[in-house]
Design a binder for this molecule. Sequence first.
Ligand SMILES: C[S@@+](CC[C@H](N)C(=O)[O-])C[C@H]1O[C@@H](n2cnc3c(N)ncnc32)[C@H](O)[C@@H]1O
Length: 247
Amino acid sequence: MNGQELNQIQKRALDNYSSSEPWPDDDNWHFHTNKILNQKVNELLIEYCTDEKIILNAGCGKTTYNTSAKIIYMDIVKEYIENFSNYIVGSVENIPLEDSSIDAIICVGSVLNYVDIQKTLSEFSRVLKDNGLLILEFERSNSAEFLFTAKYKKTIFQQEYCYNNQKHFLWMYDENFVEKLCDYYNLNCLYKYRFHVFSSLLYRLGIKEKRAAKYCLFDNILQPISYPFSHNTIMILKKLFLHKLEY
Ligand SMILES: C[S@@+](CC[C@H](N)C(=O)[O-])C[C@H]1O[C@@H](n2cnc3c(N)ncnc32)[C@H](O)[C@@H]1O
């Protein structure tokens, strides 16, 4: 991915999100996406996060979670976050926080699909404490939406979508590529949940997005066969504690 393409994607994301809500209110597919993400993230926060923990909500939009832990909200759009008490306006590719200062990072809602994945994962790994958690969700090139096309399972490519009645450009990633890159940055995948499994396949077969989206009801039972079809993955990763060599 070259610098020019990246700037275009970022500039477009900033323009689009500055003039709209983070989530559309008339789009069934993204309504389900948002619902699944909120449910999964809230479950995880209850399990892992206590009062004294510090969480970074990276690319948070206007979303907040039910937790007693301290949340730092970060987004490129100031208007989304300026009413929170702890906020940072900026790109997740360059996080103005100290090394090993954060207990958990939440990066969901396709934020990863708008950014330089390498810079972003490197920053997440840097600011996370050892054994810190990363909740990461993204859209996959392994989606049934691309079955029987050259894009299917491609490591990375740029895709145009109509979202919120705007033209968005997203980087689509192969799931194994993301996992390997995470591994490179000492982020070890503990758990994965794939969603929009049957819905993506139906969409590929020509069913309208609105109708197809309803079939995410079957995502739980379709987990064992989700790899070749699902559009989204949410991964829970842990930053490995590595012994530093002393000389
Ligand atoms: C679909 S919204 C999801 C918001 C939130 N994560 C959620 O799940 O509700 C995508 C968000 O990513 C933000 N975003 C896009 N590129 C970003 C970047 N480089 N750094 C930080 N945030 C970014 C947008 O401003 C927008 O708020």
